[in-house]
Design a protein around this ligand. Structure first.
Ligand code: ADP
Length: 338
């Protein structure tokens, strides 16, 4: 599809180039012919020739001069035409290559976005199909069992509810991603300490469940420019991951520092860490590092960090990660100081 569009676009570019080139060539030709006429059939020389006596050898000489002038005129005109044709042919060839190259370059970002969208749709439908297939096979097996007990039925329904919870979480994440793609935020000064304590408050239950301590050291005067609701959501994602990928009884710390016009927030954990080869991908949609997959952590689809990154960028900030497998990770969020 993109090949065809690129060819069409190149054709359009080339047509424009050739129209301009032919327009200038026609003008150059017209001017050159006028100039040629003036320089070959010079009126002053013509007057002298006309004044020559009208008989015998003078007539013959006049005719010869006129014929030579005409011949020179025709030759020069042909010369100009040939050169212009050659120049236009070169422009056609070079313009053709250049047009195609420019057309491909113009379409490249659209092509990449299209590919990413297709990959996203394929991944999303795969993730949506998995719980549905699990539910379907469980129900089919149960229906074929003539001696299905009440306990087995309840187990089945419980398992189905779990799959439904996964589907709900996934569809909510997908919806959130779609919303973020088309939203603009109102940036206001917000207290960094408030932001962080609100986010910590939302993961305390999970952390306590694993005996994980979350602490923070933040200057109460420090103000960030951003949208509080979405930034809390992004921090909750980071903290939730920190809890999810950390062993029991470990520690998570959140710090904030200022640097010129920025506020640098860091979430540090003592968790499983992330391999170097995974580091560049974890912010991609649906990417989960092997460690997360192999541990069979059912919660999560690899969308959390993509949402967090989206939110932070909408707040005119950036996010990065440093990690040592087995020792822990540090997620750094740089936002604007209010
Ligand atoms: P998930 O739902 O799988 O947690 P995320 O997008 O939030 O999805 O994270 C993507 C992947 O990045 C995770 O699957 C995990 O492998 C890795 N990851 C994220 N945060 C951490 C962390 N604090 N420690 C170790 N690995 C992490």
């Amino acid at each position: 599809m993109f090949q065809k569009t690129a060819t069409k676009l190149a054709g359009l570019y080339l047509t424009i180039i050739m129209i301009i080139s032919l327009f200038f060539s026609a003008n150059i030709y017209q001017l050159s012919v006028q100039e040629l006429d003036r320089s070959i059939r010079r009126p002053d020389i013509n007057r002298i020739i006309d004044r020559l006596p009208h008989y015998g050898p003078f007539d013959a000489a006049r005719k010869r001069i006129r014929a030579a002038q005409d011949q020179q005129y025709v030759e020069y005109k042909q010369n100009i035409l040939q050169r212009l044709a050659l120049v236009n042919l070169l422009i056609l060839l070079l313009g053709g290559f250049l047009s195609y190259y420019l057309a491909r370059r113009t379409l490249q970002p659209i092509e990449q976005a299209h590919e990413a969208q297709s990959r996203f749709t394929a991944d999303a439908s795969h993730e949506l199909r998995t719980p549905i297939a699990a539910m379907r096979s469980e129900i089919e097996v149960a229906l074929m069992d003539p001696k299905l007990t009440l306990k087995q039925t309840k187990d089945l329904l419980r398992s189905n509810l779990e799959e439904l919870a996964k589907l709900t979480a996934l569809s909510e994440s997908l919806l959130r991603l779609a919303q973020l793609d088309s939203s603009e935020l109102v940036m206001k000064p917000i207290s960094a300490e408030n932001l962080v304590s609100d986010a910590i408050g939302r993961v305390t239950a999970q952390a306590e469940h694993k005996n994980i301590l979350i602490s923070h050291t933040i200057n109460p005067q420090l103000k960030i420019s951003g949208d509080k609701l979405s930034l809390t959501e992004a921090l909750v994602i980071l903290l939730d991951n920190a809890v999810k990928y950390s062993p029991d009884k470990s520690e998570i710390t959140v710090t904030a520092q200022t640097e010129q016009r920025s506020v640098i927030l860091q979430v540090k954990d003592q968790g499983i860490g992330i391999k170097k080869s995974d580091l560049t991908h974890i912010f991609e949609r649906f990417y989960r590092a092997d460690a997360a997959r192999s541990k069979q952590m059912s919660e999560g689809y690899g969308i959390g960090l993509a949402i967090a990154k989206n939110i932070i960028e909408l707040n005119k900030g950036s996010i990065s990660v440093q990690s040592t497998p087995g020792a822990g990770s540090i997620f750094t969020v740089v936002l604007q100081k209010a």
